[in-house]
Design a protein around this ligand. Structure first.
Ligand SMILES: [Zn+2]
Length: 85
């Protein structure tokens, strides 16, 4: 992809992979600016980031073994609904 330029505004598809880095505090410089700019004008991604934050927060407090299959199913449904939108 020779023209996957870094000056092109982010689209949602590009923003999503940056979000987990953002939550890890691992996003720096231009990527962070681009994500912030995208979030400013994209309600869907803002919502998705909020959900991610809740998920990460929840997963941080419980062990993976403590997450019920039902909870995982619920998260998957949410995620699929969001990615299908
Ligand atoms: Zn978006």
């Amino acid at each position: 992809m020779p023209f996957a330029g870094r000056r092109r505004p982010l689209v949602c598809r590009d923003a999503v992979p940056l979000m987990s880095d953002h939550l890890d505090g691992a996003l720096t410089g231009r990527d962070r600016e681009r994500l912030d700019a995208h979030l400013d004008r994209c309600a869907d991604c803002t919502e998705h980031l909020a959900q991610l934050r809740v998920t990460v927060d929840a997963l941080g407090r419980v062990g993976v073994d403590d997450v019920s299959d039902a909870s995982i199913d619920e998260l998957l449904v949410l995620y699929r609904r969001w990615t299908a939108a």
